[in-house]
Design a protein around this ligand. Structure first.
Ligand SMILES: [Fe+2]
Length: 265
C-alpha cells in the first residue's frame, strides 16, 4: 500500500484536507499544506501540541464537534486586541480600558467559552450564537460581540463626522449631523440602567437609533449595526463618575467613522 492511499485524503470544500491517521482511525483536517506524513505515522498524539495542529483540530471541531474531547485547548472565542493604544482615546483613560477591556470584556469571553462547552453552540460563529441563544449564553455572547464592535467604533482618525453615503443618509433622516448627534446622545444618556445605544440600518436601508438594555444587540432583530456607544457604568465611571452625558459628549470626539461607513456599505 502506497503512502497516499494509507493517508486517505479527501477534499473539504476546497479549503483544506481531511486526514485519517494511519493505525488510529482518528481524523483531522488542516487548512493549506497537510501535516508531515512522518508525524502522521509515528507521532499522532503530538499532532495537537503545536499551534498549527491545534488550529487544524479547532477547524475540524467546528465542522463535526469531534474536537470537544480536547476542549481545554479549543478556546473558540478569544478576546480581541484593542485596535488602538491604551493612551490613544483620552479622555477615556488607560485605567478604564484596563478594566473595561481586560477585565469585563475578558470575563464575557471566558464565561462564554465555558457555557458553550458540549452544547450546540460549541464551534458556532459568534453571530450565530448571538442570534440563536438565550439566557446566560446569549448574555455573554452578545456582550462579547457588542464590546468587540464598540472597540472598533473608537480610535478617531481626525474626522468628526461621516461622509459619503452614510453622511447623506444621516442628513436625510435627521436633517443634519447635529440633529443625529442630539437624538443619539439623548437616547444614550436616558437609557435606564445598563445597555447600549446603536445606530442601525434596517432591512429596507433606512437608519434608526435604538436603545438596547443590558446585552441587547441589533442582530437579534435583523438590523445591521453601524455604530454603538456602551453606556454601562463600567464604560465611564472611572473617568466621568456618574456623568454619563459627559462621557457621551466625549464619545463623539472619538468615533471611528471609517468603521461606521464600512458597516453601512
Ligand atoms: Fe462595556
Amino acid at each position: 500500500m502506497g503512502e497516499s492511499s494509507r493517508e486517505e485524503r479527501i477534499r473539504l470544500w476546497g479549503v483544506g484536507h481531511l486526514f485519517i491517521i494511519p493505525g488510529s482511525g482518528r481524523r483531522m483536517c488542516a487548512r493549506g499544506p497537510r501535516p508531515p506524513l512522518a508525524a502522521l505515522r509515528t507521532e499522532p498524539r503530538e499532532l495537537h501540541e503545536t499551534p498549527r495542529e491545534t488550529a487544524a483540530l479547532a477547524f475540524w471541531s467546528q465542522w463535526t464537534g469531534a474536537g470537544r474531547q480536547r476542549k481545554h485547548k479549543l478556546m473558540a472565542f478569544t478576546l480581541p486586541e484593542l485596535p488602538f493604544s491604551a493612551d490613544a482615546i483620552a479622555p477615556i483613560s488607560a485605567e478604564t480600558l484596563e478594566f473595561h477591556h481586560g477585565k469585563h470584556h475578558n470575563a464575557y469571553v471566558t464565561n462564554l467559552n465555558k457555557l458553550v462547552e458540549g452544547t450546540e453552540f460549541a464551534g458556532a460563529s459568534l453571530e450565530d450564537v448571538v442570534k440563536k441563544s438565550s439566557g446566560g449564553v446569549f448574555n455573554n455572547a452578545a456582550q462579547h460581540y457588542n464590546h468587540s464592535f464598540y472597540w472598533n467604533c473608537l480610535g478617531a482618525q481626525g474626522r468628526k463626522a461621516p461622509g459619503g453615503a452614510l453622511g447623506k443618509a444621516i442628513d436625510g433622516k435627521w436633517g443634519s449631523f447635529e440633529g443625529f448627534v442630539s437624538e443619539f446622545s439623548t437616547k444614550a444618556a436616558t437609557l435606564f440602567g445598563s445597555g447600549w445605544a446603536w445606530l442601525v440600518k434596517n432591512a429596507d436601508g433606512s437608519l434608526d437609533i435604538t436603545q438596547e438594555p443590558n446585552a441587547g444587540c441589533p442582530l437579534t432583530s435583523g438590523k445591521t449595526p453601524l455604530l454603538t456607544c456602551d453606556v454601562w457604568e463600567h464604560a465611564y465611571y472611572v473617568d466621568f463618575r456618574n456623568a454619563r452625558p459627559k462621557y457621551v459628549e466625549a464619545f463623539w470626539g472619538l468615533v471611528n467613522w471609517d468603521f461606521a461607513e464600512k458597516n453601512f456599505g
